[in-house]
Design a protein. Structure first.
Length: 219
């Protein structure tokens, strides 16, 4: 598959159908499944930009919407689903299971990239699928929402937070203390929650790509 060819997929997850966009660069050496945060989707410009950076490192990506279109519409009004982390985690686990059912993907080591509330879901999925998830990266995430699952995470985990996001820094520091010794916490200078400052997202891309290469590709 050409590096920029994108394939739309549908996954059955506990009685609902969720949608995703899959890109597999030529000679892909690993795959990363993205868990988006509250109010976001697989069309998020920031996550797609990060995904493109991973493609350049030979890493396939699956950007998945963990809510159905109807659930998204309800959530926009009520916010009832975005903090249902267990629901999001179950669907992320279904996406991981789908990856391992695909003949062209099953041999690739897998990682997770979580943003905002998606980071909590990613860490729960990593705790529930230790044999499938080798690395996790959180961008401006809420790893604290993983709760007691943090104690069961074995995947190498990188928490990336902007320096100008003090509340989220505090929440990440609390979660960091419960993660395995292999975990790292990176504070990006002068960056805010969405990493909108010039060069901030490029720092995220470099750090994420290096983390996945070290903990998925080179192992």
């Amino acid at each position: 598959m050409a590096s920029q060819e994108e394939r739309s997929i549908r996954i059955q997850a506990h009685g609902v159908e969720i949608r995703g966009d899959l890109v597999v660069p030529d000679g892909a050496r690993a795959i990363v499944v993205f868990a988006h945060g509250s109010g976001s989707s697989r069309h998020s410009p920031r996550n797609r930009y990060v995904a493109q950076g991973l493609h350049e490192g030979g890493i396939a990506t699956l950007l998945i919407d963990l809510l159905t279109e109807e659930e998204e519409r309800v959530d926009e009004r009520t916010r009832q689903h975005r903090f249902d982390i267990d629901l999001l985690a179950r669907r992320l686990e279904a996406a991981l299971d789908w990856v391992y059912e695909q003949p062209d993907l099953s041999a690739l080591p897998a990682g997770l990239f979580g943003a905002s509330t998606g980071a909590g879901a990613a860490l729960i999925a990593a705790a529930h699928r230790p044999d499938r998830v080798g690395a996790v990266v959180s961008r401006g995430g809420r790893p604290d929402l993983a709760g007691d699952a943090l104690d069961d995470v074995r995947a190498a985990t990188l928490l990336i937070v902007g320096e100008r996001d003090p509340v989220v820094i505090d929440l990440n520091e609390q979660a960091f203390r419960r993660l395995p010794e292999s975990a790292e916490l990176e504070i990006v200078p002068a960056a805010s929650h969405l990493f909108e400052e010039e060069g901030a997202l490029e720092v995220v891309i470099r750090s994420a790509r290096d983390w996945f290469e070290a903990n998925l590709v080179e192992r």
